[in-house]
Structures are given as structure tokens and as C-alpha cells.
Design a protein around this ligand. Structure first.
Ligand code: PLP
Length: 448
């Protein structure tokens, strides 16, 4: 779990950091090392009560370990603890944040968007819908019913009406259902989920863009989970087309703390048109302005923000540039490969019925049974049995019709059905599939 080299690298970087402050009179904070050590032992013990998120046998929820460079750079910055609210709080880390944001924009084909890091995808989506609401006051926000639940909740916070749009059996937004809503009028914003959190399905963005010629609405792309796959080489054609159209959206959210190898606390909002920055205008009574330049606190709803997140992301983007055909893109392709291979193996299994073919790296599968109630019970039993064998999965509750589109053998005697879900977001999953499938099959036999 721990690679000692990381600690050596951190110490070396800390020594370099200290050089920058050598001119100051000597000062270091004193603390009772013994007392601290004792509490830290308690902390480490308490932390045993976690699933092993960092390990390839954790193949459940959307959790991915940060890259060592992100972990080290984040820790390093804590000895200065910059605040990216304003330049006075963190000059270096604010500059790093701006550079990261430019590169994230370029990844989607944008030249100089307005944007900044946020605490996560929720805050980033809040800003996107807040701007959308300022530009289309009182108008409806719509998103697929597989979109992240945050959109309906944020719309509620902002006082904007919200409507869900049905999805097809592929998990993507249904265009007829969307057009019916658009025809009814008063839709200000359509949220396109570019990789939904449950199924990994990608909404048909090119079709949404085509609808803009008939109806007047903004497009917000929620690519919190899926955004980085724009760099992948192995996408299927429809999926590729959606990613290639991202530049035509009005705003994009991406979470570096999902697929971007960052510690939690790192989302990002990007606006294509930088002039929306005016909407953030405020009069700060306690002047932070040590420079005439627009600072990040003026274009963010959050005030204090961790400079550490920007430092970690900057370091990661230096080491693993956001380019197609690069090392980072290859890691994403490994995840795509793992998901497709896993889907194929489940297809061949006697015990499992995989649902839609994965567009990204999420695989959802039912446990075969005569009816939906029994399938749900079996899914919960396999989940528990696999956990006994140190294989950690996730569960998802889906409308029974959606599942029957893929598993017609399971008759419906309930409205929803519990399925298993694995987010194969570690490149190592590719090499661990034999073992993962073996444990799954054993677990299915065990519960039969
Ligand atoms: C994770 C996720 C969110 C919420 O982001 P947080 O970083 O958890 O706040 C929103 N939308 C999508 C598509 C997501 O996957």
C-alpha cells in the first residue's frame, strides 16, 4: 500500500520549498511529538474501517486513488497552505490553477475559457446552472433521468423549474422525450451528461446541438465523471462523436478528483464565453487586490479554496500531459478495455446478465433469476458474498423495464431491480479481471 519512495520525495521537495523562505528569522512550530504520534496511531486504526479503495479488488463505486505525484504535491503545499480565493492568499497556486484550467479547456477544444477549480462536481454544476439561470431567468432546466441527482437539487436551490427526460435502454437521453419538452416551451438549459454516474452512458450531444437550431436553449455538459475520456483512443463512434462535440457546449464540468488522479476536493467549471464572468461581480469590502489582474475569487461562488488542489493538479498535468496518445490517455484506454472485456466475460457467464455494452468504464449487470425480485435478492447476496472474498462491488437500483431491455428472461414482479455495478476506473483492473471474474463466479455458486 505504501511506497517508501513517496516519503523520500516529499522530504526532498520540502527541503526545496524551505529554500525559498531562508531569508526569514528561524521559526518552526513546536508540538508534542509523542502525543501526536499516539493520536495518529488511533487515526490509522480508525481508518481500517474503509473499503480498500486503492486496490484493484475494489471494483465498486467511482473511487480512484490519487497519483503519487498528486498526493506528494498536495502534502507539500500544506506547509504553506495557500488559499486560492485571491492572489494575496496564494500567488503561486493561483497561477498554477489558471494554467491547469487553460489546459483543461484546450483538452475540449476551447481557447481561453473562463473557469476555475471547485470543491467538486456539485459546486461546479451549481455555478453552471447559476449562470444559466441568470441568462435564462425562470426557465426550465432539463436533464436525463439518469443524470446526477444534483441537477434537480441545484435547480431547487436556484429556484429554477426542473424536468427529467426519459432515457432509452442504452441509458442515453431519449430525443423524442426531450423534444416534447422543448416543444412545450420555457426550457432554458439542457444538461447533457457526458458519462452518467450510474451507467456510464453518454447523452447524444450532436443531436442536442442540432436541436438548438429549432429551439433556443443553453447546453451544459456535465462531464464530471466522463470528461477525460475525450483523450481516449478506443471510444465507439457514437461516443466519440459526443466527445468531439463538447466544444459546442456553453459550459462544461469535469472532476479531476474522479478520473484525473486527484485527491477529493477538485472539480472544475469551464465557460466557453468568458464574458459570463461579469455575472459574478461583487463589491468586496475587505480589499484583496494586490494586483490589477482579475483574481479567482472574482469568478467563483466559493471564497476560500485549497491552493493545494491546484498545486496537485498542476504537478499531475506536468507529469502526465492531457494529450491524446499520451501516458494518461493510455490509462483511460486500459479502463475502457477492462470494461469491455468484463462485459464480454459476463455475457458468457451462466450466472450474470450484463446490461448495455459499456460506453466508458462502468459495467452494470443483473444476477440471473426467474423474476426481478429474486434477481434483486441474488444481487444483494452476491454483493455480500464477494465482499467476504475481498472483492468489493457496488449496487444500483434500476427501473425494471430498462433491465428487461437487456435481460428479457427476468420477468417483472417489482418496479425496480437491484443490479451490480463495477466502475473499472483503475488501469490495473485490466490485469485483475481473471481474479475478479473468478471471485464473482464463486460467489454466485455459493449463494445458489
Ligand atoms: C460525481 C458526479 C457529480 C457530482 O460531483 P461531486 O464531485 O461528487 O460533487 C455530478 N455529475 C456527475 C455526472 C458525476 O459523475
Amino acid at each position: 500500500m505504501i511506497n517508501a519512495t513517496e516519503l523520500t520525495l516529499l522530504k526532498k521537495a520540502l527541503d526545496k520549498l524551505a529554500e525559498g523562505y531562508r531569508g526569514l528569522p528561524d521559526f518552526s512550530s513546536e508540538f508534542d511529538a509523542e502525543a501526536v504520534a499516539e493520536v495518529l496511531q488511533q487515526v490509522a486504526t480508525r481508518m481500517h474501517d474503509n473499503f480498500p479503495y486503492f486496490h484493484p479488488q475494489y471494483a465498486g463505486q467511482m473511487l480512484k486513488p490519487p497519483h503519487p505525484i498528486a498526493r506528494i504535491a498536495y502534502a507539500l503545499s500544506l506547509w504553506v497552505n495557500p488559499n486560492n480565493h485571491a492572489l494575496d492568499g496564494g500567488r503561486a497556486s493561483s497561477a498554477m490553477e489558471k494554467e491547469c484550467v487553460v489546459e483543461l479547456g484546450e483538452m475540449f477544444g476551447w481557447d481561453g475559457p473562463l473557469g476555475h477549480l471547485t470543491g467538486g462536481g456539485t459546486m461546479a454544476n451549481l455555478e453552471a446552472l447559476w449562470v444559466a439561470g441568470r441568462l435564462h431567468p425562470g426557465k426550465r432546466v432539463v436533464a436525463s433521468d439518469q443524470a446526477h441527482y444534483t441537477h434537480s437539487r441545484i435547480s431547487d436551490v436556484l429556484g429554477l423549474p426542473f424536468s427529467p427526460v426519459a432515457v432509452g435502454s442504452d441509458g442515453r437521453m431519449d430525443l423524442d422525450a426531450l423534444e416534447a419538452l422543448l416543444r412545450a416551451g420555457n426550457v432554458g438549459t439542457v444538461v447533457a451528461t457526458i458519462g452518467n454516474t450510474g451507467l456510464g452512458a453518454v447523452d447524444p450531444l450532436p443531436d442536442l446541438i442540432a436541436l438548438q437550431s429549432k429551439y433556443d436553449f443553453r447546453i451544459h455538459a456535465d462531464a464530471a465523471y466522463g470528461g477525460y475520456f475525450v483523450l481516449a483512443g478506443r471510444l465507439h463512434d457514437n461516443t466519440r462523436a459526443a466527445f468531439d462535440s463538447l466544444a459546442a457546449a456553453d459550459s462544461i464540468v469535469i472532476d479531476p478528483h474522479k478520473h484525473g488522479l486527484q485527491p477529493y476536493g477538485c472539480g472544475c467549471i469551464l465557460f466557453k464565453d468568458p464574458s459570463v464572468g461579469q455575472l459574478y461581480k461583487h463589491e468586496s469590502p475587505f480589499t484583496y487586490f494586490s494586483s490589477a489582474e482579475l483574481h479567482l475569487g472574482e469568478i467563483s461562488l466559493e471564497c476560500s479554496r485549497p491552493g493545494a488542489s491546484a498545486v496537485a493538479l498542476w504537478a499531475t498535468q506536468r507529469l502526465l500531459p492531457l494529450v491524446r496518445d499520451g501516458e494518461f490517455a493510455a490509462m483511460l484506454d486500459d479502463c475502457l478495455y477492462a470494461a469491455r472485456d468484463f462485459w464480454q466475460r459476463l455475457q458468457e457467464s451462466k450466472h450474470f446478465v450484463p446490461l448495455m455494452q459499456p460506453e466508458l468504464d462502468i459495467v452494470v449487470y443483473a444476477v440471473d433469476a426467474p423474476n426481478s425480485r429474486e434477481a434483486s435478492e441474488r444481487a444483494r447476496a452476491v454483493f455480500a458474498q464477494a465482499a467476504e472474498r475481498d472483492l468489493h462491488l457496488a449496487m444500483i437500483e434500476l427501473p425494471v423495464q430498462l433491465v428487461q431491455g437487456h435481460a428479457p428472461g427476468i420477468t417483472a414482479n417489482s418496479e425496480t431491480i437491484t443490479c451490480l455495478r463495477s466502475v473499472l476506473m483503475k488501469p490495473e483492473h485490466r490485469d485483475w479481471l481473471d481474479r475478479i471474474v473468478e471471485i464473482l463466479e464463486l460467489s454466485a455458486v455459493e449463494i445458489a
